[in-house]
Each structure stands twice: as C-alpha cells, then as structure tokens.
Design a protein around this ligand. Sequence first.
Ligand code: FUL
Length: 434
Amino acid sequence: MSPLDPRARVRPTPQQLAWQEAELSMFLHFGVNTFTDREWGEGTEDPRIFNPEKLDADQWVDIARRAGFRYLILTAKHHDGFCLWPSRYTEHSVKAAPWRNGKGDVVREFARAVHRAKLKLGLYLSPWDRHERTYGDSPAYNRHFTQQLTELLTDYGEVAEVWFDGACGEGPNGKRQEYDWERYCEVIRRLQPKALIAICGPDIRWVGNEDGFARETEWSVQQAPAGALQPVDGWAWYPAECDVSIRPGWFWHRAEDEKVKSLEHLMDIYYKSIGRNSVLLLNVPPNKDGLIARPDAERLREWRTQIDATFQQDLAHGSRALGDGAHPARVIDSRPSTYWSPPAEKTTGTVHLVLDGPKTLGLILSQEAIAFGQRVEEYAIEGRTSAGWAPLAQGTTIGHKKLDRIEPIAITELRFTVRKAIAPPMIRRIGLFG
Ligand code: FUL
C-alpha cells in the first residue's frame, strides 16, 4: 500500500497516547452488591446495608500505585442505581446509608486520594439503572442521566476516563430505554474535554471479552466510531482495552477470597493484553469493610515483583546495531522519542543486532512509535545460534507493545525484519529478556 493509505495518517490524541503508554488501569467495583453478595442488584436494595466502616480510599490508591497502575476507575453507579456520591437527583445513594452518618461521599474520598497520588481518575456510570423511576421513559431518563453525569464531571476535579457499559435492561415501567449517547458524549466533551470516553464511547474500544486477552492482531486504527476526535477518511485511533477481574466476579464476595487469580494466570493476562497492543484494566474490588482484601493486595505485590524482575535487564543493551537505513541503534537507545525507519520510504527493512556476547532469551519486546501512528502488518525475528540462524518469532501487528514469549534459546545475533507495513514503519524499541 502507498504511504498515502489514510490509516497511516491516523494519530492518537495526546490523552489516548498517555493512556496507552500508562498500560495499566485498575477497576474498582464497589456498591450495594458488595453487601448483598450479588453481581447485579435489583434496584430495590435497602441503602442501610451500605456501611463500609473502615473505608480508606488511600489504601486502594496506595496498593494500585505500588503495583504500577496509573488510571483508577470506580463504579460510581452500577446497574442497581445506588449512587456512591450524594446525587441531588435521587435518594438512592450514600445519603440514605448509615456510613459516615449519611454525610459520606465515596466518589469524593476516591477522587481526592487519586489526585493526591497524582494518578488519573476514572468513573464508571451505568446507564442501565434498575432503581430510577424514569428509566424506560427515554427523554426523562436521559435528562436524569445527564444531570448525574454533570455532577460527577463538575464536583470532583479532573476526570481522565468515563466508562460506559452498554447493558440496557428492562425498565420498571416495562419500556425500553433509548440511550442518548450523542448527548452524553457532548456533556463530557464540554465539561471535561480531556476525558477519554470508553466502551460506549469513541476514544477507547472494548476488546470484546472479559478474560483479559487481546487478539494477536490488534489495530489501534479502526473504522471511525461516531464522535471520534481526529478521524481521517473514515478511520480513527480507537485502541483496545482488556477488562478482567482479579477474581471470578466483578464485586467482592467472601467466598472468592480463595479464588484470586494465580500469579501465572495474571502474568499470562499481562502478556496477552499489554503484550498485544492493549491497555489492561484489572478489576480489584474493595470488600465490605471498604478495603482491598489481603489476598488481592498480596497477589498484586507478587505480580509487580515478577514483572519488574522480568524486565529488569534488557539483554539488547550493549549490542552493536546494524541494518537498513539511518540510526538502527535507536531501537536500543532507551529513548522513547526516537525510532528507526527503513531508508527511502520503504515499508520493509531489517535491524541487525550483534549482541554483547551470547545471551539466553525467553522474551522479545517490540514497540512502534505510536505517537506517529501504527503501521506494521507483519514482522519476523531470527536469532543466530551456535547452529546458525533460526526463526524465533513472527507476528502481525506491534503497536504500542508486542511481547513474544519463546522457548529459551542462546543467541549471539538477532535480526528483526518488518515484512509488511501500511507505510514506512517506525520502530521505537526492541528489547530482549531472559
Ligand atoms: C458488565 C457489567 O454488567 C458487569 O457487572 C461489570 O460492570 C462489567 C465491567 O461490565 O457489562
């Protein structure tokens, strides 16, 4: 394809770029379901059950920060309609709960803790509301929903992400609600122009499952959804997010304290989400006390230790870089703003690394300079072993990050070849790990 392919001219917004580079977001599902041991409330729960006596949003944020999360998204209202903030537009909220004598505001405590730690605040607001009387009476409920959205977007400082689930169930009056997505998005763009709108919104795309796995081929460039900020001839930057829970359910259940995902499972999720050009949104639900439970906190600590150990030493450092085009050494210079491209606008090319002695690899990292777009369609990696050159890995898309796990093998040289791209590829980094 020619360099004029419109897909090659699509770029992320600064907010999309920052979000993708952050890689890790934490989801926190919390609400009346935490107290009823359910996943979906009916909307008839008594607010007096909500009493997280030891609630400490700093504990949530601290655990998240230490584990490397940079965006935190709280369920301000789930399908049951119970609001974790004292909304002026309903009585079904923390106002009617005994917690903090009805004067509490979980969203405020959360937002303060997140901002204090200089992390990014995200809010999940379920359009499906099983409590609200006007639900199903489309214009009236859309007004109600926009009012609640306005409260959340004006009273809690900067909001970096608004997460809209698409669930649309029955109304109390038997009627089906037609959501006015266009209006919701317009309110967000007006009140929080820097906020990303996820899932039922044009800035972040749902990966399509709740297992934490992206596809092997994952393009951030997609057909432009309605409301995309920088469309180019019908295409737009619409990167994938993998949402998955650290436990079987989204909400905390005592019986699941023993079912926190294993370290191996979480590492597999890491490789198949972040390692496949996606952001990982990992749900860690606070318990009835209003704290992240010990098994989850411990698993996150182990996970971070393992990730840090895995990526601690880049075996490509100290290599001599040869290859097509200028500056092949830029793939190993540790600078995020530099990249290598083949010469003369070619869409194929090879970087050749002569390693600083024999090294045993088990993991290969590649990155495109996505500030300028996503271009690679096919790549191959070979290594020079004592028996000669051998194929190590091949794949399709790279995007922000591709991680290829391989059978450990000792090599002295490595060839990274882009075989096909929609425009001249821009390779930011090649990393090699044991
Ligand atoms: C789903 C919801 O129905 C679940 O309860 C959860 O909030 C998940 C993230 O989205 O569609």
